[in-house]
Ligand binder design. Structure first.
Ligand code: PLP
Length: 358
């Protein structure tokens, strides 16, 4: 079997998906919505199933123009992808040859490493600082002609912390001079409001990845997009297949974009009600968390796996993720206020029990 050596050396990215039923657990482990997408999505999908067109190849019509309109960029600057992950993969395939250097500040989202690894990229990993801030100087110093790609996750997953757009521009500026591509991962844009889309015109080395998986709640359908200058998009379309995004995803995206308010209401509740409530509780208990602009918090606790197990036994799933120093921490997704209240109730009980044991 002539599989490439570097693939043989890699491991699968196997997120813990088994048995995570929302009937048994409150799912705070994958940064998903804790409620479904807009009812318009369900209606549109039912109509699509009944249309008798399941046997016909997908066609996207003006989907990309609609996405571009939502994103606030001109029509030819957006390209739909099969989830945000495909966007990352397409950029890695477009930019990296074996042995090319790639900068991915640590920690980062697992699929960034996976896609870079498949292409044989040689990883450079400046470390986020202890307070969750971005290693700007170190990253700038690493940009040389040998680097082909930089992936900036903004806000960072798993930390939640963000990079000021002025600092992203400093990276873009140096990267442009050295002919390095920058992928700006905006998976959590709807929660953070942070975007570099206004820099697209100025920087032809900038690509933005976004997804309908998070605030829009279409994760099971796999729906994302890339934004860049039109010439770049034309190149990327050579890599994405003509049918990679299926019609159910297309149908759902269009319906979700007809009801943007539904998404906004959810994002507002998460960021303005739920997240402050959780932060207040953690402060009261003296538990360290990174400042977050996304729908999750990364907590440092003495026994991360113990807490994860204890929460699971009480019906709540959360994830182990690395802190900025590489030690284990606990990432908790934030849903509606009632979800956070449930989380706090259970966590408080666990902490009280631990105190009694001491
Ligand atoms: C930072 C980041 N980028 C990209 C993605 C991929 O999104 P999708 O589920 O649309 O592939 C995720 C999903 O968790 C993410 O957290």
């Amino acid at each position: 079997m002539a599989i490439k050596k570097r693939i043989l050396k890699m491991s699968h990215y196997k997120p813990p998906l088994e048995g995570r039923s929302e009937r048994d657990y409150l799912l705070l482990d994958f940064n998903e919505r804790t409620t479904g997408p807009s009812p318009k999505v369900k209606e549109a999908l039912k109509k699509f199933i009944d249309s008798g067109r399941l046997q016909v190849y997908p066609e996207y019509g003006d989907l990309e123009a609609k996405i571009a309109q939502y994103a606030g960029v001109s029509a030819n600057r957006a390209m739909v992808t099969n989830g945000g992950d495909q966007g990352v993969d397409i950029i890695c395939r477009a930019c990296l040859d074996e042995g090319d250097k790639i900068i991915i500040p640590f920690p980062a989202f697992a699929m960034h490493y996976q896609s870079a690894g498949i292409q044989g990229g040689e990883l450079l990993e400046p470390k986020y600082k202890e307070d969750g801030s971005f290693p700007l100087e170190e990253s700038l110093n690493l940009i040389t002609e040998e680097v082909k790609l930089i992936i900036l996750c903004n806000p960072n997953n798993p930390l939640g912390s963000s990079i000021p757009v002025e600092d992203v521009e400093k990276i873009l500026d140096k990267a442009k001079k050295k002919e390095v591509t920058v992928l700006h991962d905006e998976a959590y844009f709807e929660f953070s409001g942070i975007t570099t889309k206004d820099l697209i015109g100025k920087y032809d080395n900038l690509y933005i990845m976004r997804t309908f998986a998070k605030a829009f709640g279409l994760v099971s359908l796999r729906a994302g997009y890339l934004i860049s200058q039109e010439n770049n998009i034309q190149e990327l379309l050579k890599i994405r297949g003509p049918y990679d995004v299926n019609m159910a995803a297309k149908t759902a995206i269009l319906a979700a974009l007809e009801d943007i308010q539904y998404m906004k209401d959810y994002a507002r509740e998460v960021m303005e009600e739920s997240k402050p409530k959780l932060e207040e509780f953690l402060k009261e208990k003296g538990i360290f968390f990174y400042p977050s602009d996304a729908n999750f918090l990364l907590l440092k606790v003495p026994s991360p796996q113990g807490l994860i197990n204890e929460l699971k036994s009480q019906g709540i799933l959360v994830r182990p993720k690395p802190a900025s120093d590489g030690t284990a921490a606990v990432r908790v997704s934030i849903g509606e206020l009632k979800d956070t209240e449930q989380f706090i109730r259970v966590f408080r009980k666990i902490l009280d029990k631990e105190k009694q044991v001491e």
